[in-house]
Design a protein around this ligand. Structure first.
Ligand code: ATP
Length: 257
């Protein structure tokens, strides 16, 4: 279970050009709260700039919140980032692969960072490659990989230590329809009892992604959680039949009221 309670994050924004005056700080996240249960796929849905990536970076322990708490299986991410990271697989927006290493080396290296023995990490890389249909890629250097190949490698790397919690930032970005379907199938399997009933959180601004995949939806707008529920609950709450219309009502009340 992942719990995010009242998190906030501000960035100091520097003004560019020859005028080195200070610009107003950016309040990227104002008050985001949600719970994500095991065996469920929870989607963080919001427009561009809503604060999704910043929230997931705080959850991954890559930056500390100014306020609020984030816990993974009860472990406070800010207090004990290593223990929280051991329980989490993170696919960040920047896939961040080492281009000179092969896909296998990228995956095994990550497993080693999580304390796995080389043989165990290698065996896991092989089984993940089968599951993600990327076996032919395993021994190629990742330099020059396509978006889809990069995503699969990064996902295998995130899953190498068999984490109970999986956090993905816009995982379908740049993927074609076949790769997107394969990713959806993988996430559904990871949610199932056979796949280990993982707790899966992912961010997106794609409505169809949420309708097809999510058990729970957290709508984030202007740095705040503005709604949380199943797709059907959000439709009922807004009195809409079309989810895109419901989302616009929830995320941009100033436009629709
Ligand atoms: N390092 C940073 N420095 C300054 N401002 C930042 C920084 N990171 C994010 N922001 C700002 O914080 C706000 C929220 O950004 P964030 O990337 O979290 O949104 P998002 O919901 O993921 O958007 P998108 O869907 O476009 O990726 C934006 O206005 C962004 O410009």
């Amino acid at each position: 279970m992942i719990e995010v309670q009242g998190v906030a994050k501000q960035f100091a924004a520097a003004r560019g050009g020859w005028r080195l005056r200070r610009a107003a700080p950016v309040q990227a996240v104002r008050e985001v709260s949600f719970q994500a249960a095991d065996g469920r796929i929870t989607g963080l849905l919001g427009p561009n700039g809503a604060g999704k990536t910043t929230t997931l970076r705080m959850l991954a322990g890559l930056m500390t919140p100014d306020a609020g708490t984030l816990t993974v299986e009860g472990v406070d991410v800010a207090r004990d980032p290593q223990a929280a990271q051991a329980r989490m697989g993170v696919l960040s927006d920047a896939r961040g692969l080492y281009p000179r290493l092969t896909a296998r080396e990228n995956i095994v290296y990550h497993g080693r960072l999580h304390g796995m023995a080389r043989e165990a990490a290698n065996a896991r890389a092989e089984s993940l490659a089968q599951m993600l249909e990327m076996a032919p890629l395993l021994d190629r250097r990742t330099e020059g990989f396509s978006q889809g190949e990069r995503m699969k490698t990064a996902l295998a790397r995130a899953l190498v230590h068999d984490p109970r919690h999986i956090v993905l930032d816009e995982p379908t970005n740049g993927l074609d329809v076949v790769a997107t379907r394969a990713l959806r199938d993988t996430l559904r399997w990871l949610r199932s009892p056979e796949g280990g009933e993982k707790c899966i959180v992912f961010s997106t601004h794609i409505m169809q992604e949420v309708e097809r995949l999510c058990d729970e939806v957290v709508v984030v707008s202007h740095g705040r959680t503005v709604a949380h529920g199943t797709v059907d609950e959000l439709l009922a709450q807004t009195g809409e039949r079309d989810f895109e219309q419901a989302f616009v009502k929830l995320a941009f009340p100033e436009v629709t009221s």
